[in-house]
Design a protein. Structure first.
Length: 401
């Protein structure tokens, strides 16, 4: 139950105010009308909850959202009423934040609201894509089919991104270990060797002197190094949020060897899969493009699709427009034109998404195989350079005796 603060006028024209408990604002108004009150204002009372605040910061796991969507589709397909389905799922959900949201959605629907309107009050759990599909499903009477398709799309997207991240873990671990080894030597090993060099009065090579200077900087001015790193990172993040910065960072990302192609294929796979699902669900092409474009994280690709939407709004062909943008692969525009000419754009988009997924997966596998020996060689060269630079003065002294 929720608490609503209201102001009203009774049958004699006297102002009244107070708090009433109800499942929704509509139910609260009905209860007040039963008391012969004319409601002039009503608002929900929200109380600060520390646990809910930390849960909102953590967010909702994609896996929990996928399971909820799939189970809701199954229960509705079995003929279980939507309110009962939501309340049953609310009791089974382990995530306290999602459980509370589903509980509120169930109360709203029980109070007469549509599922779309109830979910739209919780953007943390249900994004624009999710809400648009639910709305289309309710209007067309195919909510079960839409929810099933949505859960399958979310699962596929989650598995695909997990595969990409998993393939990059090993090279990343090697890089972290390399940095940790260098940091330990600079902070703890080199300062001790410096005292030994001073006692022996050894003539130090240029490389050794450079390493000692760097060690002094990290040991004596670690706070300055940390401040510079944090400030630089903060300045870069601020710049990357500006219109100019987003374009510059996006251009740098796309121009990176191998990684640029990987980013493009990954985002196009997600975009085409989402666009195909939206069109299949009956949404207009312009609305589908607008929603699917939210999956484009690269600003250059995003702006390319914005320009394409403006052209489509003018009546131009989507395939023809993206064929003139060099950032999009020719196979993308060619297959879109085929889909437009045959009237099977949704099926073609599904095939395109599978193509880009396979290309991205293959790129990651090749990249992972290529990065492993490169990173290991870099680790060996870096550590070897440090050891030789530090041992060479001692070796020179011992060879003099």
């Amino acid at each position: 139950m929720k608490s609503f603060k209201y102001t009203a006028v009774d049958s004699e024209g006297h102002p009244r105010s107070g708090v009433i408990s109800a499942l929704s604002a509509h139910q609260a108004i009905d209860l007040l009308r039963d008391k012969s009150l004319i409601v002039t204002g009503i608002s929900e009372q929200r109380h600060f909850n520390l646990s809910e605040y930390f849960n909102s910061l953590k967010g909702i796991s994609p896996v929990d959202r996928i399971i909820f969507t799939r189970q809701l589709a199954v229960m509705l397909d079995a003929g279980i009423p939507i309110v009962k389905s939501l309340r049953t799922l609310q009791e089974q959900i382990r995530d306290p934040l999602l459980s509370e949201i589903v509980k509120e959605v169930a109360e709203e629907v029980d109070g007469g609201s549509s599922l779309y309107k109830a979910m739209s009050k919780h953007p943390l759990a249900f994004n624009k894509l999710y809400l648009s599909l639910v709305n289309a499903g309710e209007r067309s009477g195919n909510l079960v089919e839409v929810l099933t398709r949505l859960s399958e799309n979310m699962q596929r997207d989650h598995d695909f991104k997990g595969k990409i991240k998993g393939a990059m873990i090993y090279p990343l671990v090697i890089v972290v270990v390399m940095l940790a080894v260098v940091l330990i030597m600079v902070l703890f090993v080199i300062p001790r060797l410096k005292g030994l060099y001073e006692e022996l009065g050894a003539t130090l090579p240029v490389t050794t002197r450079m390493i000692l200077k760097m060690s002094d900087l990290f040991v004596n001015f670690w706070w300055l190094v940390l401040l510079v790193c944090v400030s630089g990172f903060w300045a870069f993040k601020r710049y990357a949020k500006t219109d100019r910065g987003r374009l510059v960072v996006a251009g740098m990302q796309l121009r990176m060897p191998i990684f640029g192609l990987l980013a493009k294929h990954t985002q196009l796979a997600s975009f085409t899969r989402t666009l195909g699902m939206l069109i299949t669900s009956g949404l207009p092409i312009l609305q589908s493009l607008e929603i699917a474009n939210q999956t484009m994280e690269n600003e250059i690709l995003h702006q390319g699709m914005v320009d394409a939407m403006k052209a489509v709004e003018r009546g131009e062909s989507f395939g023809e427009i993206i064929s003139g943008n060099r950032q999009f692969p020719s196979i993308f525009s060619e297959m879109v034109r085929v889909g437009e000419s045959t009237g099977k754009l949704d099926n073609v988009l599904k095939n395109i998404s599978e193509y880009f997924e396979n290309e991205a997966t293959r790129t990651v596998e090749n990249l992972s195989s290529l990065l492993e020996p490169i990173v290991i060689v870099m680790l060996g060269v870096g550590v070897g350079f440090l050891i030789i630079s530090l041992i060479l003065p001692i070796y020179s002294l011992t060879s003099q005796f």
